[in-house]
Design a protein around this ligand. Structure first.
Ligand code: CO
Length: 503
């Protein structure tokens, strides 16, 4: 049997999960040649929350980061995480903007695109995947793993079959919450291998301590690649550490051969970077906690809720809010919890506890019920839907949501021109997602000054009046992490809600 290969995530998910995505390009570059010499099957370096973080906190052009990393690590394919039609944001963009983003990224040197949709609605992935293929790059269709009555092995395998038909080069199983148990990992990989002829990569998080065991089981079942990181940007809410995974596989017929001395060198280097980022690291992310398995709620969301509820004087409501999450998920068709649905479900769970169940429905939750994010995996609770229809005055969308969006690229280009910014694809797509931050970056104003409330989020529909006049809108960031902040106004009273980016 072929040895399993490792992708390394330290330059993306590793620091996104354990250090609020704050590793700068300058902190990455010294390690890049060593990482490149390891012979890993891929380096995840881009996408997810890194673009947001570059622009909002680090005063960096994310495309320049990619070019610099390509130069410093030219041999190993570089991987990005793409949120399908949402690109690297929280709402849908028109097809022409998605296409331009993929083209610009491919031109800047991206090799592999991990493409996922928060609802596992493959219609939201067609444009991105097709463009990746047209650019001659590697398209990895991601199955977001979650646990619910509608998420069966058969349903996941069906998605894999569809990815193969769409022309994907490989399939990813994306366990963003770290809830994939070893026996399920085994079964899922076995079944996918039986029905789909594509290489399979497993991506998990060690939040509940299952990660390395799930990898081992998946390797037994024939998975081609697993994704590991480097301590201390590993384990806990991050990917299992590479050295630990190698030790687990020692003597296994599929154990890969990665130089332990170089791994140690990397670890020593990243220990120092971790110390430099101590403002953004936290014991809550480092520990292994099986709470997630009880609540089936991602670790990041749990720790964040604790802080949030304390701030709101609702510390005693923690258990209630966490127990409300599955209630909200079920009503919204058992959607997986991943960016942006993790934020939306979390916000709605808090609102249900604070104001009474479904007394107020935040705008994004209304949009999910109305199918504006795509088709939910299960049925929407009819009573919740009826209420959303009443308050919004709208009927559910049944087509692919992006079919309702007019082309937008030229409009963004024109806005760039009006502001005296460059109008190339790179600038236009960044501007589409992060207008104020991009302007601040180009004009050299400090990033912190650009950290003001964003203008009404792009193609999102205007907030509809909910029963007690609740609305949620993006508010300012406090600079602690790539978090989504909502200012929630209820009966004229403002409440700030923060939910963590999870992918
Ligand atoms: Co991840």
């Amino acid at each position: 049997m072929k040895p399993v290969t490792f992708n390394n995530t330290v330059l993306r998910d590793g620091h996104q999960s354990l250090a609020a995505t704050r590793m700068s390009t300058a902190q990455m570059l010294p390690a890049a040649p060593i990482l490149d010499s390891m012979g890993f099957s891929g380096l995840e370096t881009w996408g997810g929350a890194t673009i947001d973080s570059c622009l909002r906190f680090l005063n960096e052009n994310p495309f320049d980061r990619l070019r610099a990393l390509k130069k410093a690590a030219p041999k190993t394919p570089q991987i990005m995480l793409l949120r399908g039609q949402n690109i690297v944001q929280y709402t849908s963009f028109p097809d022409d903007v998605v296409e331009a983003f993929v083209r610009a990224d491919a031109a800047a040197g991206q090799d592999v695109f991990r493409v996922f949709d928060a609802l596992n609605d493959t219609r939201n992935l067609t444009t991105a995947i097709k463009t990746v293929i047209d650019c001659g790059k590697h398209a990895r269709g991601e199955i977001c793993y979650t646990i619910s009555p509608v998420h069966t092995i058969e349903a996941f395998v069906e998605m894999g079959v569809e990815f193969e038909k769409m022309g994907c080069h490989s399939i990813g199983i994306k366990d963003m919450s770290g809830i994939l148990k070893p026996q399920v990992a085994y079964q899922l990989v076995k079944e996918l291998k039986r029905k789909v002829g594509l290489p399979i990569t497993l991506h998990t998080h060690d939040t509940a301590g299952l990660g390395a065991a799930a990898y081992l089981a998946a390797i037994e079942a024939g998975v081609d690649t697993v994704e590991t990181s480097i301590m201390p940007f590993a384990n806990g809410t991050g990917q299992p550490d590479t050295a630990r995974m190698l030790a687990l596989l020692d003597g296994h017929p599929r154990c890969p051969d990665y130089d332990p001395a170089k791994l140690q060198e990397l670890r020593i280097y990243f220990e120092d970077v971790y110390k430099q980022l101590s403002k953004f690291t936290s014991p809550a992310n480092e520990r292994v906690d099986s709470d997630i398995l009880v609540f089936q709620v991602p670790g990041g969301m749990l720790s964040n809720f604790r802080n949030q509820l304390v701030e709101q004087g609702m510390a005693d409501k923690f258990d209630e809010v966490v127990r409300e999450i599955p209630v909200v998920r079920e009503a919204l068709g058992w959607i997986p919890l991943v960016t942006p649905t993790s934020q939306i479900v979390g916000t709605q769970a808090m609102m249900n506890v604070k104001f009474g169940r479904w007394k107020m429905i935040c705008q994004p939750a209304q949009d999910i019920a109305l199918g504006k994010y795509g088709k939910a995996p299960g049925p929407i609770n009819p009573e919740v839907l009826a209420q959303v229809e009443k308050v919004s005055g709208q009927k559910p969308v049944t087509c692919r949501p992006a079919d309702l969006l007019a082309p937008g690229l030229e409009g963004y280009r024109k806005q760039c021109a009006d502001k005296g910014l460059p109008t190339d694809d790179e600038m236009a797509v960044l501007f589409a997602m992060f207008p104020q931050q991009v302007e601040a970056l180009v004009k050299g104003t400090p990033a912190a000054q650009a950290d003001k409330p964003a203008p009404a989020a792009k193609p999102a529909p205007a907030p509809a009046p909910a029963p007690a006049s609740a609305s949620a809108s993006p508010a300012k960031s406090d600079g602690t992490g790539p978090l989504k902040h909502f200012a929630l106004t209820v009966n004229g009273q403002r409440h700030d809600v923060v939910v963590e980016t999870l992918d």
